[in-house]
Write a protein that binds this ligand. Structure first.
Ligand code: NDP
Length: 330
């Protein structure tokens, strides 16, 4: 049976303005880095995307290399879109990126004009889209002039292949330069996509100020530190969790005794707020409008349902924020 989106899908999601642009993004977005590849169950991937959409998640984040194999998450998403969500395209914000290794040879990586343009065309073909809502430079390229990478992004907008552009993993200085070049070319960059979580606070050291000054929005990736900021690892490493799987960026050795002690203390604090640890960790990233949106990852729809409930309580008392800081220092 064909999917019909829930009528009440916009009732509980919060939508935030992305920087000084006209675009609103959902406070929670869904990322397709893991669990949407050819190695994963199509039915499960489909259920996660439709569950998210039913909860008001209108933004779906991709990249050329998501899978495995690289490229297959875009194909899976394209299939779901065509079969289930085609009539909802104008309710969706779909992003992709180029900049990490994608194909053999000197043009399948980083940020030359050649790589950016070819990668974008491949991503459009895999997803079956005519355009992306947001297209990103996935990381800075130390060997390509920033004018070349940003020039490619500006032309992508001017040719109608993306409505907006963004940058990911650029530090504060690199961001300032990239924004200047884009603005000089007549294109306002929309957004920055950095990592940000209680375990990874680098953006507080300068980048957030630059984004505010320049009018860019921000969307935080790995807000649960890839699952560590949940209760799942407190009693060992569950089978099929990200840390248990081969070829992921979360190693069993990342879950140290010190981390587990912090996680337990954070879990106790979350319980006192009537939240799960995952919900508190997401609420913390979204506190005081620090970011426009968080991109969650998921391996099953129940995680998405749990995580969206974080929006029911985004308030922290000064005491709670201080307690969290103390726990993170230990
Ligand atoms: P998270 O930190 O949200 O981690 C997601 C993982 O945590 C899930 O796959 C699941 O892992 C576990 N999890 C989620 N919710 C729960 C829950 N309620 N209870 C228990 N476990 C839970 O984000 P990701 O690291 O997945 O990153 C999110 C997105 O950010 C990506 O999909 C991608 O779009 C983007 N990203 C961008 C990058 C960039 O360079 N621009 C880099 C990395 C990510 P499990 O499999 O163990 O169940």
């Amino acid at each position: 049976m064909n999917y019909n989106a829930k009528q009440n899908r916009y009732e509980n999601m919060k939508y935030n303005r992305c920087g000084s642009s006209g675009l609103m993004l959902p406070a929670m977005s869904l990322g397709l880095w893991h669990n949407f590849g050819d190695v994963d169950s199509y039915e499960n991937s489909k259920e996660m995307v439709t569950t998210a959409f039913d909860l008001g998640i209108t933004h779906f984040d991709l990249a050329n290399n998501y899978g495995p194999p690289a490229g297959s998450a875009e194909k899976t998403f394209g299939r779901i879109l065509k079969k289930e969500l085609a009539s909802y395209r104008d309710e969706m914000i779909i992003s992709s990126k180029a900049g990490y290794e994608m194909w053999l040879g000197p043009y399948g990586n980083f940020g030359s004009r050649k790589s950016m343009m070819a990668s974008l065309d491949q991503s459009l073909e895999r997803t079956g889209l005519d355009y992306f809502d947001i297209f990103y430079s996935h990381r800075p390229d130390p060997d390509t002039p920033i004018e070349e990478t940003m020039g490619a992004l500006a032309d992508i907008v001017k040719r109608g292949k993306a409505l907006y552009v963004g940058i990911s993993n650029y530090n504060a200085e690199e961001t300032k330069e990239a924004v200047k070049v884009l603005k000089d070319l007549g294109v306002n960059p929309l957004i920055h996509q950095p990592s940000y979580s209680m375990f990874d606070r680098w953006i507080e050291d300068g980048l957030q100020d630059v984004l505010k000054d320049e009018g860019l929005g921000s969307i935080a990736y790995s807000p649960l530190a890839q699952g560590m900021l949940t209760s799942k690892y407190l009693k060992g490493i569950p089978k099929d969790s990200r840390a248990d799987k081969e070829n992921t960026f979360l190693e069993k050795s990342d879950i140290t005794k010190e981390k587990l002690s912090q996680i337990q203390n954070l879990q106790d604090l979350a319980v006192s707020r009537n939240q799960s640890l995952a919900q508190m960790a997401l609420a913390w990233v979204l506190r005081k409008d620090k970011v426009t949106s968080v991109i969650i990852g998921a391996s099953k729809k129940e995680q998405i349902i749990e995580n969206v409930k974080a929006l029911e309580n985004l308030e922290f008392s000064e005491k709670e924020l201080e307690d969290i800081n103390q726990i993170l220092k230990r």
